[in-house]
Design a protein around this ligand. Sequence first.
Ligand code: NDP
Length: 246
Amino acid sequence: MQDLIGKAALVTGGSRGMGAAIARTLATRGADVAITYLNGMDKARAVVAEIRAYGRKALAIRADSADSAAIVAAVNEAAAGLSRLDILVNNAGIFPHGPLEEVTPEEIDRTLAIHARAVFLASQAALKHMGAGGRIVSIGSSLAWRVPSAGMTLYAMSKAALIGFTKGLARDVGVRGITVNVVDPGPIDTDMNPADGEAADVEKALTALGTYGRPEDVATLVAHLASEAGRNITGASLAIDGGVTA
Ligand code: NDP
């Protein structure tokens, strides 16, 4: 399906995992794609090479989402490099977890900077480039809705922020024909949460389906929201969690 031809997208944290899958999927559906990365330069370059092989424009931008100036500059660089910007996918993320007593103010600041402040600033900057049909999709988490065990308060708090953000921004920009949504995955097989990792059996047991999801599952949902077919979905939180929150 080539329903994103003529569109340009920026995916934050596109060097690995879900971000890389989202970048590839948007490109196979016709979009030109920029990605940001932090440490994974080689992987980011490989994603760019793959997208170019599909005949699409692609670029990789090193930008720490915890750095306000860097994330805004990355949005503007993406829009300049691709000559437009129609789709922003706020995907970059980390997984702080552990005993409550050990969480430091610095860890709280960095987590909220990456998961909430960067999403706000990237969206604000992207909206300066977007016209009617623009799309903003953020990657949240099922942990914003259901926290099944201890040690994840900070992560859950940071991802829950995206629900209010999404509802507020959908109201701000709906009149411009731009949609804003958050996708809330459950366990997805990536470096962050490998399907053969220590916690995998416990996580599988939390789902209704008894399995992990794949990055491509999330990518397909994001591509739907980003396409013309997603035009009537806005302000929504969409679970893609194998039934974790059922
Ligand atoms: P991975 O750890 O596999 O990949 C994370 C990606 O984010 C990498 O491309 C990494 O770049 C990038 N990144 C991390 N920190 C920064 C930063 N400060 N600035 C810029 N880029 C950064 O994670 P997933 O693919 O699993 O996760 C993607 C999103 O999905 C995250 O927001 C995560 O919280 C969320 N999520 C994941 C779930 C799961 O089970 N996997 C479940 C629910 C939500 P680099 O390698 O270049 O440093």
